[in-house]
Design a protein around this ligand. Sequence first.
Ligand code: AGP
Length: 629
Amino acid sequence: MCGIVAFTGTADARSFLLAGLARLEYRGYDSAGIALVQPQAASQEAGSAGGTGAVLEVVRRKGKVASLVEAVEKSGVAGTCGIGHTRWATHGVPSEENAHPHCDCSGRIAVVHNGIIENYAHLKVELIEKGHVFASQTDTEVVAHLVEENYEAHAGDFTEAVRATVAQLSGSFALAILHANHPDTIIVTRNDSPLVIGSYEGGAIAASDTPALIDKTREISYIRDRDLAVLHSDGSIEFFDPAGEPFTPAIYHIEWSLEQAEKGGYPDFMLKEISEQPRVIRDTIANRFDRKTCALQFDELPLTDEELADIDRIYVVACGTSYHAGLIGKDLIENWARIPVEVDVASEFRYGNPIISTNTLVIAISQSGETADTLEAVRLARRAGAHVIALTNVMGSRITQEAQTVLNIKANIEIAVAATKSFLAQVALLTLLGLYLAQERLLLTGAQVREIYGEMKQLPGQIEQILSDTAAIEAAADACAEAQTALFIGRGVGATTCYEGALKLKEISYLHAEAFSAGEIKHGPIALIDPDAATPVVAVATQSSTRDKMLANIEEMKARGARIVAVATEGDERIRELADHVIYIPPTRECLSPITASVPLQLFARFIALARGCDVDQPRNLAKSVTVE
Ligand code: AGP
């Protein structure tokens, strides 16, 4: 999950590359680097510059992009054609030697890469046998040496050399490749890794994701697996398919603005995105209920009434937070539409042997639309004949090109690595989908659907109320910040809310947290309560059919020395007698409580992470999109 950028034009490449890398840093941040073409005037060894007189200058640094910026400014390198990279290490430790760009033996070819070259070991042996000398432990470096080989074999045809190289690679890659003999040209390609391409009056550009180029152009193109795009300094771009045939790709317009990709005055992206949740819910549910027909509408879903009636099984496939959204969706869809729903982590589903027929509906959830395991799960489902619905936040992402139906969660760009607003948007959309399926299968009347939809329209205001007073959340967080471990307990949708709350806490504060169905606590986990440590137990105990059971579970934990942090419904005085900290939220229907109860848990995690000095936007070892297996 690295970030790559590429620029060739008349303007200064350096500023575009460094600004682009800073905006892609959420994709990986253990090292970074750029390579710039230095024209003849700057290069002393014209003779060694293959006739063009140009050479490449490479600057790389371990650590975040800020370290690279400082090094580049000190180096004084500049140029109008270059590539850049911010790394999330897969092969080779984070170091300057393993930082991208990587070069061939001559130093005249440079490559940046996002993904994993799965056959790199075999290729590396062959290249070493041919006399190539490697300088890094990375899989990426084989690409530079292969281009060197193929460039010679194709008599200096840069495009053909790259095309031949791509044909030799297996695995996932988004690549940007420079050659000093072609000082105005950059060739980019991809396979199972994201890449967006655009141009503007200053030149031609490419990047792993739209934040890197949004301030230059809103019109972007995507290429298919193993296509090539040849970027020229006059802003023109040539597109070739793997067979070398030229083609013209579709153009997509980026909807969101640069400021939506910036912090907007918030201390971190995570708080900004948590604070955007009222609008996100408003946008996600907007225009879904048709007053004239008194029915929910999902025009994106092309299934006929008969096909909808014939659905006899639903799989939900996803990873991480998206998987937790799926668990909540399961409860709601089964409760209303009475269709069996199985929720699988995509990495298990894709290697399992799921029971799929043409009556199976598969719902794939992915904020980025680029998660490798989820994409493979979609491909398996499609091959088996299922209808696949993709819930995603990134239109144009690969999942949107692989599923038959795409539902946009409309959360706008999410920069913080820890998912927040996209999770709430996923849950809201799954809630609507569950209602829709029940409506179409005549299990809920229009009046019933309208009532619940009406309550969903209250959610933005209820979230705003929670956000308006976070003192109780901060106090609870302060009391728990030094803990070594924390338990989360809930029942029904309260339990699945806890799964996500525990993930949020551990992924940004590194405090070990684990969620359990409250009824399970006595079957083992209660042994984790350490009275000396006053182990924090976060209990989602909002108004529900099992609230009394929850109170009993809380008492059991309290009696053994736990510190109880309860998320409860306003007006519940009984909980105040049991819990050390009570976080009240407005009353909602039980099925809607995951949306409101998740907000305090997001803030609880963020307050603890800040108290522990953690980087809430870019937690260690993580990346925003896991585009490798
Ligand atoms: C969530 O906070 C994490 N960033 C991670 O679990 C994420 O949800 C998971 O990697 C799935 O990503 P996706 O939704 O883009 O597929």
